[in-house]
Write a protein that binds this ligand. Structure first.
Ligand SMILES: Cc1cc2nc3c(=O)[nH]c(=O)nc-3n(C[C@H](O)[C@H](O)[C@H](O)COP(=O)(O)OP(=O)(O)OC[C@H]3O[C@@H](n4cnc5c(N)ncnc54)[C@H](O)[C@@H]3O)c2cc1C
Length: 549
């Protein structure tokens, strides 16, 4: 993407004003200012205060609005922004993004922990339609990724369509009107299409550890980093050793007095081919047509080659060897090395990349407890193996509610059953995107589409091609609703379940966040991302029950 000057006007961002389509980002004729008059301040949200009494509205009342839009997107992370771009290209001008926070960026707004960066090369961890030749590192850090999302949203005219501070609390399908009714803490919306871009890695997973609530020091999750807590010289316990911990542990280790890492499972960690991108290379990428695309293509191919191993775990021995050598080269102490040696096949859990994690664990101020945390007693953290650590601060690197996202409890079918009620702990969607009983709705980065080796952008863009195709077809055919046939969804689910057992995700001998509460892998796509792209490239109207106008 040309790193354009940010045309974003902070005032517009505040109030969601859309210069293109009229007041507040929507077509005026779709905005019905008729709703509730209630005493100011009762709801605690930012309604429009009624300043003076009128015939039909008492003084001090608030006005809530019901607005109709063609498409309503929940969330303004990379999925929501990408969806807005592609829906506009498909001809949808009347859309809104509802964002509960006060800024866009999702993951890259929330995760400000020291060392936060992507673990897929940046040329691939970005939109294909908005290449960025200005990445300063091969694997960009959080501030740069956040700026990229801001710049892209601004450059594509998406920023003014975002309503901040607007949390979707309930969305329900109304078949009589063939519309979604969406409630927020503020206004109410109706929408022809509902797109959930609420993010699988959004809601922190807080472990239920006896005594944790009574810990007298500070406790926080890595995705809600407490920058006001000074870790200098402090005794810190880190719970968890996944993708976030691998990044923040080496970043805080030199600063803390003592670091106790509680690691339930040893992880496969490969060297990270990260480096600063020299100015000359950036100039080259900027000025030579196709260079950026070629780099992205090469990175995509390399990760796809790794993906072949994920589907044929016997091929992963060579990659595992790299992990073993990396561990051997950086950790000399045989006890520590043993504690850090995984007992499952590489790829079974999310693969981690770091050049600094293992070296940090060898430093004299670090103790690795190769055990889960059993309890917290006062300032003491107790491991299940009997080990203990007295600490001032506990940092939870314990992941997210990935397969039990809160949005599943907020989106309802016509009869009032939620996505969660349908799923019963095992999320399911046709092509990871549409759910029977939830017409005109799309789930981005939905179930069955996780790859474990490639970029979320690759998955997202495959889905967006499908969503845009669906919307185009819907409009051209004069449909009012489209609902994926239950037998089509069931057949797809069966296909996935049949293919998964031979993949490393299921056969690798580990327990991972790919498994839901029922022990079922609802997360993974068992084939290549090329197949995902092909499968989602064309919208298939025959898979849907549709109603005409
Ligand atoms: C630290 C971290 C690093 C990652 N690194 C990589 C990587 O290197 N490569 C990779 O492929 N993937 C990575 N991922 C996974 C994935 O790419 C990111 O989580 C990505 O940001 C997902 O984008 P999203 O837009 O779907 O969700 P999010 O970025 O989570 O955005 C969702 C948005 O929806 C909003 N929202 C949620 N619920 C509501 C509601 N009810 N009403 C209104 N708004 C709501 C949230 O506030 C948020 O802004 C990483 C994840 C994390 C946590």
């Amino acid at each position: 993407m040309p790193h354009s000057e940010n045309p974003e006007n902070p005032e517009n961002r505040e109030n969601g004003e859309n210069p293109e389509s009229g007041e507040n980002g929507e077509n005026r004729e779709n905005c019905e200012r008729h709703e509730i008059a209630e005493p100011l301040g009762t709801s605690g949200t930012a309604e429009t205060p009624g300043s003076a009494a009128t015939a039909d509205r008492p003084a001090g009342a608030v006005v809530r609005e019901t607005r109709h839009v063609e498409a309503l997107i929940i969330g303004s992370g990379l999925s929501g922004i990408g969806a807005a771009v592609k829906l506009r290209e498909a001809g949808v001008r009347d859309l809104v993004l509802l964002e509960k926070a006060d800024d866009l960026g999702g993951t890259w707004r929330d995760n400000t922990y020291p060392g936060c960066a992507c673990d897929v090369p940046s040329a691939l961890y970005s939109y294909s339609f908005a290449p960025n030749p200005e990445w300063t590192r091969a694997f960009a850090g959080q501030p740069e990724i956040r700026s990229y999302l801001r710049d892209t949203a601004a450059a594509y005219g998406i920023t003014p369509l975002i309503r901040y501070g607007t949390e979707v609390t309930r969305a329900q399908w109304h078949p009589g009107e063939a519309r979604w009714h969406v409630e927020t803490g503020r206004d109410t919306y109706t929408a022809r299409f509902l797109i959930s871009a609420a993010g699988p890695w959004h809601e922190p997973l807080l472990p239920e550890i006896p005594g944790l609530a009574d810990f007298p020091g500070e406790v926080f999750h890595s995705s809600r980093w407490r920058h006001d807590v000074d870790l200098t010289g402090a005794r810190v316990a880190v719970v968890g050793s996944g993708a976030s911990a691998v990044q923040f542990v080496p970043a805080i280790q030199p600063r803390v007095g003592r670091l106790h890492l509680f690691q339930r499972t040893a992880q496969w960690v490969l060297p990270k081919p990260d480096h600063a991108v020299p100015r000359a290379e950036r100039r080259f990428l900027r000025s030579v047509p196709g260079a950026q695309r070629a780099l992205r293509g090469a990175e995509y191919a390399a990760l796809e080659a790794l993906g072949i191993g994920f589907r044929h775990p016997a091929l992963l021995r060579a990659v595992q060897k790299v992990g073993t050598l990396h561990l051997r080269a950086t950790v000399k102490d045989p006890h520590l090395r043993r504690a850090l040696t995984p007992d499952y096949t590489l790829g079974c859990k999310r693969l981690l990349l770091s050049n600094t994690y293992y070296p940090a664990l060898t430093r004299p101020n670090v103790t690795v407890h190769a055990t889960a945390v059993k309890a917290v007693e006062g300032r003491r953290v107790l491991g299940a193996d009997g080990s203990r650590a007295d600490v001032d601060t506990i940092v939870l690197g314990t992941g997210f509610h990935i397969l039990d996202m809160p949005i599943g409890r907020r989106v309802f079918d016509a009869d009032g059953a939620s996505l969660d009620d349908h799923w019963k702990g095992s999320p399911d969607a046709y092509l990871g995107t549409t759910v029977s009983g939830f017409p005109n709705a799309f789930v981005l980065l939905g179930p069955h589409l996780g790859t474990g080796h490639s970029s979320a952008y690759a998955v997202l863009e495959a889905q967006l091609a499908y969503v845009a195709g669906a919307v185009r077809h819907f409009r051209a055919a004069g449909w009012t609703s489209m609902d994926v046939r239950p037998e089509v969804q069931a057949a797809f689910g069966a296909e996935v379940r049949q293919a998964l057992p031979s993949t490393v995700y299921n056969a690798g001998g580990c327990s991972s966040y790919y498994l839901d509460v029922n022990g079922v892998n609802s997360f993974s796509w068992p084939w290549s991302t090329g197949r995902m792209r092909r499968r989602l490239a064309r919208f298939d109207p025959e898979a849907y029950d549709a109603l005409d106008a």
